[in-house]
Design a protein around this ligand. Structure first.
Ligand code: NCD
Length: 313
């Protein structure tokens, strides 16, 4: 019998999705199988008819917020959007008061994005029984649905995870996406996870992460099946961790020439937003190996699957 946690119940069913840590390989594969059933963009399902989903965004977002909204409407849920810049938060309302008020509108599920690590856990601990929380990115901590849609993209292109070598490149230190991807790649049993980046942008404790560190792009990209590029998250940097963006591109920017050492069928991923000419050349971003826009499309199906699992009776 599984051990109940904040995000899974005693039967192992998903109640909240806050982090990838602690989720089983079977649950992830089940979620991907379910996402496959939502891949046709023209079919709608009525399974969440009568349910109310609230997007609670305290930080900017394009893809994540829009794909959550589309996913909810494709399952026939009613959707409300909270945006901090146009809300009463500016008038001094606390987070818990905001929550209680939106709960009074009979919300069944909150999709939460917040600049503070731990915010989604905090909200999950304070929602009424039966109300679900999905973490859509909290500080540097976790972004589980992004990692899930990335894994789904890898599975669709590569099938089996076990033989794969995956490189994550760039600002790993500030990346909630990278943290969730590393957890998911370990759970799914890939052969090797490589972190490539300057020392100042790598997490201090990498020993327990099950990864290999590569300070140079040329070494790290050799024979990889998947390359995941990350944005320089300047909004989360405390000081000058880099000499400059052109210097960064010279050392870590992905170009077609640099990609030549990877496997011939390598796929290039990026969670977006891309800074062209900083972490990646346009020729790569728009080139034959790029699956960046497929990640966005698959994100709808994956988020439908997550909402469906969280709200199952
Ligand atoms: C990421 C995020 O917000 O963490 N973007 C996303 O959700 N697609 C990555 C980033 O901001 O660089």
């Amino acid at each position: 019998m599984p051990h109940p946690t904040l995000q899974t119940d005693a039967q192992g069913r998903l109640r909240h999705l806050l982090t990838i840590a602690g989720l089983s390989r079977e649950l992830l594969q089940h979620l991907f199988d379910l996402a496959e059933t939502y891949m046709d963009p023209l079919t709608k399902s009525t399974e969440l008819q009568g349910r109310i989903i609230t997007n609670l965004f305290f930080e900017n977002s394009t893809r994540t917020r829009m794909t959550f909204e589309l996913a909810a409407t494709r399952l026939c849920a009613d959707v409300m959007n909270f945006n901090v810049s146009t809300s009463a938060t500016a008038k001094g309302e606390t987070l818990l008061d905001t929550l209680r008020n939106i709960e009074a509108m009979h919300t069944d599920l909150f999709v939460v994005r917040h600049p503070l690590s731990g915010a989604a856990h905090f909200i999950a601990q304070h929602t009424a029984p039966g109300v679900c929380v999905i973490n859509a990115g909290d500080g540097r901590h976790a972004h589980p649905t992004q990692a899930l849609l990335d894994m789904f993209t890898i599975r669709r292109h590569k099938g089996d995870f076990t033989p794969l070598r995956v490189a994550i490149v760039g600002d790993i230190l500030h990346s909630r996406v990278a943290r969730s991807q590393i957890a998911a790649l370990n759970t799914l049993g890939v052969s090797e996870i490589r972190l490539i980046g300057p020392q100042t942008l790598l997490p201090a404790a990498t020993r327990t992460l099950g990864v290999h560190i590569f300070p140079y792009l040329a070494d790290g990209l050799e024979d990889v099946d998947v390359v995941i590029m990350l944005r320089l998250q300047k909004e989360r940097m405390d000081g000058a961790l880099l000499p400059g963006t052109s210097e960064y591109f010279r050392l870590y920017g992905l170009t077609q020439a640099r990609l030549a050492v990877a496997k011939p069928d390598v796929i290039v991923m990026h969670p977006g937003p891309i800074n062209r000419g900083v972490e990646m050349d346009s020729a790569v971003a728009d080139g034959p190996h790029s699956v960046v826009l497929q990640q966005v499309s698959y994100g709808v199906a994956v988020r439908m699957a997550v909402m469906s699992l969280c709200l199952q009776d």
